[in-house]
Write a protein that binds this ligand. Structure first.
Ligand SMILES: Cc1cc2nc3c(=O)[nH]c(=O)nc-3n(C[C@H](O)[C@H](O)[C@H](O)COP(=O)(O)OP(=O)(O)OC[C@H]3O[C@@H](n4cnc5c(N)ncnc54)[C@H](O)[C@@H]3O)c2cc1C
Ligand code: SF4
Length: 490
């Protein structure tokens, strides 16, 4: 044996990372289930189950191929690596560049040799080059460059369909009583059951833990959902928890699928002529645009970006985030219950419900980030930090997004069916029936008006405060709402 290849639980692909040029005759595989990872935080059990079971299935695949696989439990990754290196007489250790600052430093200090991390479509150095040349880091300009660079959905120099962006067509509210195609269910096998027993969890059938299951999920999306992905992308409804979202993020993030595989499958389907451009473009934008941009920004903005709190938000995490019974807000109750059930909700509830509430209540960004990291099936440091600190709660003062995503009940009422059965009224901003989102939206603008008036994309909204003859009452109601939310009774 010549080398030890360390495979973290988010590098589970045979053809990428350090496994790309591996050989069972020369390479020992090291995989470590660290106690830090399994018991270090209050992880959602579905998430823990998914990560561990996917890794154990992947280890089995490598064994079947003839690799010597050392899959061990240890207090921390480095402890595990020491044990394995002792056994193999100090063979050199290699690994693809890890996906978080913390792991990068730990492995580097231990002396691991890195190969390029090619689990993304954009090398870190290329992103750095793009970012260095920007005045502001607008995703749209990165995305257009990606389209040209990767020659995706291009007609010569022009975008296919005559436009780079079909967002305007992609903002439909949910149709009434919308069922849609059946969800794909994934069966559990013996290995799954063993993991489930060890961690004391009954898994859902929502998530696959194998490469085959991840590929089935991709096929199911392309066949049954892709054509309708775009128009309903932003809609939220209690009739259908996923609408036409792909449910691919967990596999993209742990390596069971590579973004090039997802992009190729999407383009192949688009080339049959059966996928409307607004859906094709909308989905491709997520994969080659948003996902790559967020990863690039994580590395570009450096490790202390995580600690930003430019709006000086210091409220403790509200009880409704951990207990959906601690609120009467129907949208929040439904969303947090969905997360408890399957560790996932789509982009709009993450942004316009969970983050919006954290933003306008002045919840501490790091407390909110920690909670988001713990409860989502697809949460990893590189993706959560920019999405929460930059996009979700504007804690970076506008480095990533030109304006905060703050909204009142009118937006939620338009894009969902949550409001009708709710005890609150999205149109009201004062009084006992007032929607907390509507009240707190105006209160938030008022609290930060000195900062936001200088932002040309926000000034219109701030000027709107002048039209509120009831601002003094609204400020009083906002305090009642904040106290009620803290007590878990609003
Ligand atoms: C506050 C906040 C937190 C988020 N946290 C995560 C997270 O921890 N992990 C995660 O993978 N995504 C995160 N996202 C992005 C997005 O919500 C999820 O990727 C998406 O909901 C996953 O479901 P899906 O696979 O069905 O996505 P689809 O809607 O089908 O989109 C396809 C793919 O695009 C990619 N994508 C789309 N938007 C983003 C984005 N903003 N950042 C990165 N990738 C994106 C994902 O890989 C996703 O699988 C977050 C967004 C917000 C606003
Ligand atoms: S009225 Fe307000 S709190 Fe109730 S569901 Fe609508 S947005 Fe949510």
């Amino acid at each position: 044996m010549k080398r030890i290849i360390y495979i973290p639980f988010d590098h589970l692909h045979r053809n990428f990372g350090a496994l790309k040029d591996s050989d069972p005759k020369n390479d020992v595989i090291a995989m470590i289930e660290s106690a830090r990872m399994t018991t270090g935080r209050n992880w959602h059990k579905e998430r823990l189950f998914f990560l561990i079971s996917s890794a154990r299935h992947f280890a089995q695949l490598l064994k079947d191929e003839g690799f010597q696989v050392e899959y061990i439990k240890a207090a921390a990754t480095i402890d595990g690596l020491k044990i394995i290196q002792e056994k193999y007489k100090k063979l050199p250790l290699i690994c693809a560049e890890p996906s978080s600052f913390r792991q990068f430093d730990a492995l580097k200090n231990y002396g691991v040799n890195f190969v390029d991390n090619d689990f993304f479509l954009t090398p870190r150095s290329l992103f750095q080059e793009w970012a260095d040349a920007q005045k502001s880091y607008v995703m749209e300009s990165f995305y257009r460059k990606q389209r040209v660079r990767l020659n995706i959905l291009m007609d010569g120099k022009d975008p296919i369909g005559g436009s780079w962006n079909f967002d305007k067509e992609n903002r439909l509210p949910p149709p009434k009583k919308y069922e849609g195609p059946k969800y794909l269910e994934h069966k559990t096998d013996d290995l799954d059951l063993q993991v489930a027993k060890e961690i004391g969890h009954t898994p859902t059938t929502t998530w696959a833990t194998t490469r085959q299951g991840a590929q089935d999920q991709l096929k199911n999306f392309i066949k049954n959902h892709f054509a309708e992905f775009g128009p309903l992308e932003d809609a939220m409804t209690t009739d259908n928890w996923a609408l036409h979202h792909s449910l691919l993020s967990p596999y993209l993030n742990n390596g069971l699928l590579h973004p090039s595989e997802v992009t190729q499958a999407a383009l192949k389907a688009f080339n049959t002529g059966k996928i409307p451009i607004e859906s094709a473009e909308g989905f491709i934008r997520q994969i080659i645009g948003w996902r790559e941009y967020v990863n690039g920004m994580y590395w570009f903005l450096k490790s202390d970006y995580r600690e930003n709190n430019q709006l000086k938000a210091n409220r403790k995490l509200l009880p409704l985030f951990t207990n959906p019974q601690a609120t009467q807000m129907n949208c929040m109750k439904e969303t947090v219950t969905d997360i408890q059930n399957r560790a996932w909700v789509h982009h709009i509830p993450r942004l316009m419900l969970l983050s919006n509430l954290a933003l306008i209540t002045g919840t501490n960004p790091q407390a909110f980030l920690d909670w988001m990291r713990e409860v989502f099936i697809d949460a990893t440091e590189w993706v959560m930090v920019p999405n929460v600190i930059g996009m979700g709660v504007h804690a970076d003062g506008g480095i990533m997004m030109t304006k905060p995503y703050a909204a009142g009940g009118a937006y939620i009422s338009r894009m969902s069916n949550y409001c009708k059965p709710c005890v609150y009224n999205p149109k009201l901003r004062i009084g006992e029936d007032a929607c907390p989102f509507t009240t707190l939206y105006w209160d938030f603008l008022d609290r930060h008006k000195e900062v936001f008036i200088k932002n040309h994309r926000m000034s219109q909204q701030v000027f709107g405060l002048n039209r509120l003859s009831d601002l003094p009452e609204l400020k009083v109601r906002a305090q009642e709402v904040l106290t009620g939310l803290e007590q878990g009774i609003i």
